[in-house]
Design a protein around this ligand. Structure first.
Ligand SMILES: Cc1ncc(COP(=O)(O)O)c(C=O)c1O
Length: 406
């Protein structure tokens, strides 16, 4: 895309590249821009993992974050936003991967021949996702020429309109999904689906667990769209009645998704990892003590240790535990009160600042009792005479309610 724009004069030395991207096209463009001395401005939807955004910024990209939950025509839709920026910056080149014919051309003349050579010209099917549709369109063109029997299989996240379009020719209403890089709420202008023979709709839960399974059984750390592709590839393969050689992709390294796909706490908050249900307040606890997930302080820890632990985990209070019993609670205002006059107090023990008068709720307490505790600005400590189970914050309550949203 960049070389073509240089050739036809749309991108001049020292110019600016603008693009709307789920992250990876942006990473590619940012690398090229850095090497060739262009300014790079990217618009990224806010569901994208922070690893990608930090990587883009580290490469020198100017990143504009926008809403993930709005569709084409909305001013904050990432592609409309990028187009506006491109129009406002003099001489800017809008890479426009969703409409740029040089996007599929790159796959037609590089990815396709690479797969064909690496499979030794022996291939029956390719399982592919669609973001911009560059990959599927370019590969379809290449294989139509060299091996027209190769069938394409679409792996589509639940909520995307593409699988339904391929199966019925109709465009439904798009939902939302957590998998990054694939699935669409519109038909990209460059899309050529004429070689697609089968389409599978894959839920976020299936995509994420397939990615985790790929790591557990094969040692391959892939990203979230890799999970969608693998789940669809397995379904396709299991439906076959004769042996097939099937290619799919590990589109992205999982290191960009460590804070999501490979983070149990995030997966639990999103309702993507099943936990034991108790039918009482324990179901609302975000980090369960019995699962070793509670971040806590010991009475002898210093205030500095407690503060750093809170910052690292992005939480604002810690239970103070002694032999698996809660003896206190310490939050950021307790620490502030203590150290404001004299920062040396950071070295004082947690016991010097923690709250000792604790109100606990038994797991069997009602939602109303929980609400009364939270409404007073407190966190609920869930414990009975023998056990501490964990805390419930307002965030945990909200996460629980969101998980029940179908
Ligand atoms: C992780 C990931 N998977 C899949 C895709 C989809 O590829 P395409 O845009 O060629 O359809 C992308 C696109 O950037 C991506 O970033």
């Amino acid at each position: 895309m960049i070389e073509a724009a240089e050739r036809d004069g749309r991108l001049k030395p020292g110019g600016t590249i603008v693009e709307a991207t789920a992250g990876n096209t942006g990473l590619g463009l940012a690398l090229v821009a850095r090497a060739k001395g262009y300014r790079i401005v990217l618009v990224v939807p806010d569901k994208m993992s922070s690893e990608k955004v930090l990587h883009l910024k580290a490469l020198g990209a100017e990143v504009h974050t926008t809403r993930s939950d709005v569709g084409k025509g909305h001013p904050e839709y990432y592609q409309d936003y990028a187009l506006r920026l491109a129009e406002a910056i003099p001489g800017a080149f809008f890479a426009d991967q969703f409409n740029n014919p040089n996007n599929p051309a790159a796959h037609e003349y590089s990815t396709g021949p690479e797969i064909w050579a690496q499979t030794g010209h022996d291939l029956d099917a390719i399982v592919c996702g669609v973001g911009s549709a560059g990959t599927i369109t370019g590969l379809s063109r290449f294989f139509r020429r060299v091996a027209p029997h190769v069938e394409f299989v679409l792996a589509d996240p639940q909520g995307s309109i593409l699988a339904q379009y391929i199966e019925t020719g109709t465009i439904g209403t798009a939902g939302s999904w957590a998998v990054e890089g694939i699935g669409e709420d519109f038909l990209p202008a460059i899309a050529d689906f004429s070689s697609v023979r089968r389409a599978y709709t894959i839920s976020d839960a299936d995509s994420f667990s397939s990615a985790r399974q790929l790591l557990a059984s094969e040692g391959l750390l892939g990203g979230s769209s890799t999970g969608t592709l693998l789940a669809a590839a397995l379904r396709y393969c299991r439906e076959q009645t004769s042996p097939k050689r099937v290619v799919s992709f590990v589109c992205d390294t999982g290191t960009r998704y460590l804070s999501k796909v490979y983070n149990d706490n995030w997966m639990i908050d999103q309702g993507l990892l099943q936990r034991t249900e108790f039918g009482d307040l324990r179901d609302l606890i975000g980090r369960r003590f019995e699962e070793g997930a509670v971040i806590s302080a010991a009475p002898g820890d210093t205030l500095l240790m407690a503060f750093q632990r809170m910052r690292l985990a992005d939480i604002s209070q810690l239970p103070v535990l002694e032999a698996a019993r809660v003896v206190g609670l310490i939050d950021e205002s307790d620490i502030l009160l203590k150290v404001e006059a004299d920062p040396a107090e950071f070295n004082a023990p947690v016991t010097s600042a923690m709250t000792r008068s604790l109100e606990t709720l038994a797991p069997s307490a009602s939602r109303e009792e929980l609400r009364r505790v939270l409404d007073r600005g407190l966190v609920a400590i869930i414990a009975d005479a023998s056990h501490f189970y964990g805390l419930i914050t307002r965030f945990d309550f909200l996460n629980h309610l969101r998980r029940s949203l179908k």
